[in-house]
Design a protein around this ligand. Structure first.
Ligand SMILES: [Zn+2]
Ligand SMILES: [Zn+2]
Length: 315
Protein backbone atom coordinates (compact mmCIF):
# COMPACT_ATOMS: atom_id res chain seq x y z
CA UNK A 1 0.00 0.00 0.00
CA UNK A 2 0.94 3.66 -0.21
CA UNK A 3 2.22 5.20 3.02
CA UNK A 4 4.05 8.33 4.23
CA UNK A 5 7.09 7.12 6.14
CA UNK A 6 9.68 8.75 8.37
CA UNK A 7 12.99 6.85 8.24
CA UNK A 8 14.78 8.82 10.94
CA UNK A 9 15.98 11.44 8.48
CA UNK A 10 13.46 12.12 5.76
CA UNK A 11 9.74 11.97 5.19
CA UNK A 12 8.77 10.28 1.93
CA UNK A 13 5.90 8.44 0.31
CA UNK A 14 6.49 4.73 -0.22
CA UNK A 15 4.10 3.31 -2.86
CA UNK A 16 4.95 -0.29 -1.87
CA UNK A 17 4.90 -0.22 1.93
CA UNK A 18 3.96 -3.63 3.42
CA UNK A 19 0.23 -4.03 3.99
CA UNK A 20 -0.64 -4.00 7.71
CA UNK A 21 -1.99 -7.31 9.00
CA UNK A 22 -4.24 -7.12 12.08
CA UNK A 23 -3.25 -9.46 14.93
CA UNK A 24 -6.04 -11.03 17.01
CA UNK A 25 -8.22 -8.35 18.62
CA UNK A 26 -7.18 -5.73 16.08
CA UNK A 27 -8.95 -4.44 13.02
CA UNK A 28 -7.86 -3.22 9.60
CA UNK A 29 -9.14 0.30 8.85
CA UNK A 30 -9.19 2.00 5.45
CA UNK A 31 -8.15 5.62 6.06
CA UNK A 32 -10.59 8.17 4.58
CA UNK A 33 -8.97 11.36 5.85
CA UNK A 34 -6.10 12.17 8.24
CA UNK A 35 -4.95 15.34 10.00
CA UNK A 36 -1.46 16.74 10.59
CA UNK A 37 -0.67 17.70 14.17
CA UNK A 38 2.25 19.36 15.97
CA UNK A 39 3.45 15.95 17.14
CA UNK A 40 3.86 14.80 13.52
CA UNK A 41 6.04 17.83 12.83
CA UNK A 42 8.15 17.09 15.92
CA UNK A 43 8.57 13.45 14.85
CA UNK A 44 9.58 14.55 11.34
CA UNK A 45 12.28 16.69 12.96
CA UNK A 46 13.53 13.54 14.66
CA UNK A 47 12.51 14.57 18.19
CA UNK A 48 10.74 11.41 19.33
CA UNK A 49 12.89 8.60 17.93
CA UNK A 50 9.99 7.18 15.89
CA UNK A 51 10.42 5.34 12.58
CA UNK A 52 7.53 4.22 10.41
CA UNK A 53 4.24 5.51 9.05
CA UNK A 54 3.40 8.98 10.43
CA UNK A 55 0.02 10.30 11.52
CA UNK A 56 -2.46 9.60 14.30
CA UNK A 57 -5.51 11.75 13.59
CA UNK A 58 -7.89 10.00 11.19
CA UNK A 59 -11.35 8.94 10.21
CA UNK A 60 -11.64 5.66 8.33
CA UNK A 61 -13.83 2.71 7.45
CA UNK A 62 -13.49 -0.46 9.54
CA UNK A 63 -12.74 -3.43 7.28
CA UNK A 64 -13.43 -6.06 9.95
CA UNK A 65 -14.64 -6.60 13.51
CA UNK A 66 -17.96 -5.52 14.98
CA UNK A 67 -17.86 -2.09 13.29
CA UNK A 68 -17.17 -3.58 9.84
CA UNK A 69 -18.33 -1.26 7.05
CA UNK A 70 -18.87 1.68 9.40
CA UNK A 71 -16.94 4.91 9.60
CA UNK A 72 -14.77 5.02 12.71
CA UNK A 73 -12.26 7.17 14.54
CA UNK A 74 -9.78 5.62 16.92
CA UNK A 75 -8.05 6.16 20.25
CA UNK A 76 -4.32 6.19 19.55
CA UNK A 77 -3.05 4.47 22.73
CA UNK A 78 -2.88 0.70 22.34
CA UNK A 79 -2.65 -0.92 25.75
CA UNK A 80 -1.86 -4.22 27.44
CA UNK A 81 -4.85 -4.39 29.80
CA UNK A 82 -2.76 -6.06 32.52
CA UNK A 83 -0.23 -3.57 33.93
CA UNK A 84 -0.77 -1.47 37.07
CA UNK A 85 -1.94 1.57 35.09
CA UNK A 86 -4.39 -0.45 32.98
CA UNK A 87 -5.76 -2.16 36.12
CA UNK A 88 -6.09 1.26 37.77
CA UNK A 89 -8.32 2.29 34.83
CA UNK A 90 -5.88 4.81 33.37
CA UNK A 91 -5.04 2.90 30.19
CA UNK A 92 -3.64 5.99 28.43
CA UNK A 93 -0.69 5.48 30.81
CA UNK A 94 -0.25 1.76 30.10
CA UNK A 95 3.37 0.83 30.82
CA UNK A 96 3.52 -1.18 27.59
CA UNK A 97 1.48 1.01 25.31
CA UNK A 98 2.21 1.61 21.68
CA UNK A 99 0.82 4.76 20.08
CA UNK A 100 -0.48 5.11 16.55
CA UNK A 101 2.09 6.91 14.40
CA UNK A 102 4.03 8.09 17.47
CA UNK A 103 5.56 5.15 19.30
CA UNK A 104 6.00 1.56 18.18
CA UNK A 105 3.07 1.43 15.76
CA UNK A 106 2.54 2.54 12.17
CA UNK A 107 0.18 5.47 11.75
CA UNK A 108 -2.56 7.02 9.66
CA UNK A 109 -0.83 8.71 6.70
CA UNK A 110 -1.41 5.53 4.71
CA UNK A 111 -4.13 3.76 2.77
CA UNK A 112 -4.75 1.41 5.71
CA UNK A 113 -3.88 1.08 9.40
CA UNK A 114 -4.58 -1.38 12.19
CA UNK A 115 -5.85 -0.61 15.69
CA UNK A 116 -7.34 -2.70 18.50
CA UNK A 117 -11.07 -3.12 17.96
CA UNK A 118 -11.62 -1.68 21.45
CA UNK A 119 -10.03 1.62 20.33
CA UNK A 120 -12.54 2.25 17.54
CA UNK A 121 -15.49 4.60 18.00
CA UNK A 122 -18.21 4.61 15.30
CA UNK A 123 -18.98 7.97 13.70
CA UNK A 124 -22.67 8.90 13.29
CA UNK A 125 -23.82 9.77 9.75
CA UNK A 126 -24.42 13.42 10.61
CA UNK A 127 -20.69 13.97 11.32
CA UNK A 128 -18.75 14.60 8.10
CA UNK A 129 -15.27 13.19 7.51
CA UNK A 130 -13.91 16.74 7.66
CA UNK A 131 -15.35 17.10 11.18
CA UNK A 132 -14.64 13.54 12.38
CA UNK A 133 -10.95 13.92 11.58
CA UNK A 134 -10.80 16.39 14.50
CA UNK A 135 -11.98 13.76 17.03
CA UNK A 136 -8.53 12.90 18.41
CA UNK A 137 -7.30 16.45 19.13
CA UNK A 138 -10.80 17.35 20.32
CA UNK A 139 -10.59 14.48 22.81
CA UNK A 140 -7.26 15.91 23.98
CA UNK A 141 -9.04 19.24 24.55
CA UNK A 142 -11.85 17.51 26.45
CA UNK A 143 -9.31 15.88 28.75
CA UNK A 144 -8.87 19.28 30.44
CA UNK A 145 -12.42 19.04 31.77
CA UNK A 146 -11.67 15.63 33.25
CA UNK A 147 -8.63 17.00 35.10
CA UNK A 148 -9.98 20.36 36.28
CA UNK A 149 -13.52 21.03 37.51
CA UNK A 150 -14.47 23.71 34.97
CA UNK A 151 -17.00 26.28 36.03
CA UNK A 152 -18.25 29.33 34.14
CA UNK A 153 -17.08 31.75 36.85
CA UNK A 154 -13.44 30.88 36.31
CA UNK A 155 -11.19 33.59 34.96
CA UNK A 156 -9.45 31.69 32.17
CA UNK A 157 -6.59 32.49 29.83
CA UNK A 158 -5.82 30.23 26.88
CA UNK A 159 -2.28 30.53 25.54
CA UNK A 160 -2.13 29.49 21.88
CA UNK A 161 -4.27 30.20 18.82
CA UNK A 162 -3.10 27.20 16.75
CA UNK A 163 -4.37 23.68 16.04
CA UNK A 164 -5.02 22.62 19.62
CA UNK A 165 -5.76 26.07 21.07
CA UNK A 166 -8.62 26.52 18.59
CA UNK A 167 -10.20 23.25 19.77
CA UNK A 168 -9.60 23.97 23.46
CA UNK A 169 -11.33 27.34 23.00
CA UNK A 170 -14.40 25.58 21.58
CA UNK A 171 -14.45 23.01 24.40
CA UNK A 172 -14.19 25.76 27.04
CA UNK A 173 -17.01 27.72 25.41
CA UNK A 174 -19.14 24.55 25.31
CA UNK A 175 -18.48 24.26 29.08
CA UNK A 176 -19.71 27.84 29.61
CA UNK A 177 -16.31 29.51 30.08
CA UNK A 178 -15.16 32.67 28.28
CA UNK A 179 -11.38 32.37 27.99
CA UNK A 180 -9.23 35.25 26.89
CA UNK A 181 -7.06 33.82 24.10
CA UNK A 182 -3.47 34.96 23.79
CA UNK A 183 -1.82 34.16 20.48
CA UNK A 184 0.62 35.19 17.79
CA UNK A 185 -1.35 35.28 14.55
CA UNK A 186 -4.01 37.99 14.03
CA UNK A 187 -5.84 35.87 11.42
CA UNK A 188 -6.12 32.94 13.85
CA UNK A 189 -7.22 35.20 16.70
CA UNK A 190 -9.86 36.63 14.34
CA UNK A 191 -11.50 33.18 14.13
CA UNK A 192 -11.80 33.18 17.92
CA UNK A 193 -13.07 36.77 18.01
CA UNK A 194 -15.80 35.70 15.60
CA UNK A 195 -16.88 33.27 18.34
CA UNK A 196 -17.25 36.24 20.69
CA UNK A 197 -14.03 35.67 22.62
CA UNK A 198 -11.59 38.34 23.75
CA UNK A 199 -8.13 37.91 22.28
CA UNK A 200 -4.73 39.55 22.58
CA UNK A 201 -1.37 39.28 20.90
CA UNK A 202 1.19 37.75 23.25
CA UNK A 203 3.26 40.93 23.33
CA UNK A 204 0.26 43.08 24.36
CA UNK A 205 -1.58 40.82 26.80
CA UNK A 206 -1.69 42.21 30.34
CA UNK A 207 0.09 39.89 32.80
CA UNK A 208 -1.59 40.58 36.09
CA UNK A 209 -1.11 37.22 37.80
CA UNK A 210 -4.87 37.21 38.30
CA UNK A 211 -6.05 34.22 36.27
CA UNK A 212 -7.68 31.20 37.96
CA UNK A 213 -6.92 28.80 35.12
CA UNK A 214 -4.25 29.11 32.43
CA UNK A 215 -4.29 26.56 29.63
CA UNK A 216 -1.02 26.37 27.74
CA UNK A 217 -1.31 25.25 24.11
CA UNK A 218 1.55 27.22 22.60
CA UNK A 219 3.43 24.18 21.31
CA UNK A 220 6.63 25.92 22.40
CA UNK A 221 9.20 25.37 25.13
CA UNK A 222 8.44 28.84 26.54
CA UNK A 223 4.76 28.16 27.24
CA UNK A 224 5.15 27.32 30.93
CA UNK A 225 7.13 30.50 31.64
CA UNK A 226 4.43 32.54 29.99
CA UNK A 227 1.67 30.72 31.88
CA UNK A 228 3.40 31.62 35.14
CA UNK A 229 3.04 35.31 34.29
CA UNK A 230 -0.74 34.98 34.04
CA UNK A 231 -1.70 32.56 36.79
CA UNK A 232 -2.86 33.87 40.18
CA UNK A 233 -1.53 32.55 43.48
CA UNK A 234 -3.09 29.11 44.09
CA UNK A 235 -4.24 29.06 40.48
CA UNK A 236 -3.92 26.20 38.02
CA UNK A 237 -1.88 25.77 34.85
CA UNK A 238 -2.77 23.01 32.39
CA UNK A 239 0.23 22.21 30.17
CA UNK A 240 -0.48 20.77 26.75
CA UNK A 241 2.84 21.29 24.93
CA UNK A 242 4.99 18.16 24.97
CA UNK A 243 8.04 20.31 24.20
CA UNK A 244 7.67 22.27 27.47
CA UNK A 245 11.09 23.04 28.87
CA UNK A 246 12.26 24.70 32.06
CA UNK A 247 15.59 25.82 30.55
CA UNK A 248 16.44 29.09 32.24
CA UNK A 249 13.04 29.25 33.94
CA UNK A 250 12.86 30.06 37.64
CA UNK A 251 10.42 27.57 39.18
CA UNK A 252 10.42 29.27 42.59
CA UNK A 253 7.18 31.18 41.77
CA UNK A 254 5.44 27.79 41.49
CA UNK A 255 6.22 27.15 45.13
CA UNK A 256 5.88 30.69 46.48
CA UNK A 257 2.51 31.15 44.77
CA UNK A 258 1.39 27.55 45.39
CA UNK A 259 0.50 27.04 41.74
CA UNK A 260 -0.89 23.71 40.55
CA UNK A 261 0.58 22.48 37.25
CA UNK A 262 -1.26 19.70 35.44
CA UNK A 263 0.20 17.86 32.46
CA UNK A 264 -2.51 16.93 29.99
CA UNK A 265 -2.49 14.66 26.95
CA UNK A 266 -5.03 12.30 25.37
CA UNK A 267 -8.72 12.32 26.17
CA UNK A 268 -12.05 10.53 25.68
CA UNK A 269 -12.72 9.75 21.99
CA UNK A 270 -16.36 8.79 22.61
CA UNK A 271 -17.10 12.18 24.21
CA UNK A 272 -15.36 13.90 21.31
CA UNK A 273 -17.60 12.11 18.81
CA UNK A 274 -20.67 13.04 20.90
CA UNK A 275 -19.62 16.68 20.88
CA UNK A 276 -19.08 16.57 17.10
CA UNK A 277 -22.48 14.94 16.64
CA UNK A 278 -24.13 17.74 18.62
CA UNK A 279 -23.18 19.93 15.66
CA UNK A 280 -22.34 23.06 17.65
CA UNK A 281 -18.66 23.29 16.72
CA UNK A 282 -17.70 25.29 13.65
CA UNK A 283 -14.51 23.52 12.55
CA UNK A 284 -14.48 24.38 8.86
CA UNK A 285 -12.52 27.66 9.40
CA UNK A 286 -9.74 25.54 10.90
CA UNK A 287 -9.03 23.56 7.72
CA UNK A 288 -6.15 25.30 5.97
CA UNK A 289 -5.61 22.86 3.10
CA UNK A 290 -6.07 19.25 1.98
CA UNK A 291 -3.32 17.26 0.24
CA UNK A 292 -3.37 13.85 -1.40
CA UNK A 293 -1.37 11.15 0.35
CA UNK A 294 1.13 11.29 -2.55
CA UNK A 295 1.89 14.85 -1.46
CA UNK A 296 2.08 14.10 2.28
CA UNK A 297 5.59 15.58 2.69
CA UNK A 298 4.20 18.83 1.24
CA UNK A 299 1.29 18.61 3.67
CA UNK A 300 3.74 18.47 6.58
CA UNK A 301 5.63 21.45 5.21
CA UNK A 302 2.37 23.35 4.80
CA UNK A 303 1.33 22.52 8.37
CA UNK A 304 4.61 24.01 9.62
CA UNK A 305 3.86 27.38 7.96
CA UNK A 306 3.04 30.09 10.49
CA UNK A 307 -0.43 30.78 9.03
CA UNK A 308 -1.52 27.14 8.96
CA UNK A 309 -4.05 25.62 11.31
CA UNK A 310 -5.23 22.11 10.30
CA UNK A 311 -3.81 20.49 7.18
CA UNK A 312 -5.55 17.31 6.02
CA UNK A 313 -4.18 14.31 4.11
CA UNK A 314 -6.44 12.28 1.85
CA UNK A 315 -5.36 8.75 0.77
ZN1 LIG B 1 -2.00 14.97 17.62
ZN1 LIG C 1 -1.10 -1.71 30.41
Amino acid sequence: MKACVFDGRDVSVNPAYPDPVPPPGEVLVRVRLAGVCQTDLEIARGYMGFRGVLGHEFVGTALGGRHEGRRVVGGINCVCGRCDMCLADVPTHCRWRTTLGIDGRDGAFAERLVLPEANLVPVPDEVSDRAAVFAEPLAAALEIGRQVALNPDMETVLLGDGRLGQLVARVLVAAGLRPMVVGKAPEKLAILEAMGLTTALAADAPREAATDLVIECTGTAEGLGMALEFVRPRGTIVLKSTVADTAGLDLAPLVVNEVTVIGSRCGPMDEAVELLAAGQLDLEPLVTATYLLDEAPRALAAAAEPGAIKVLVEP
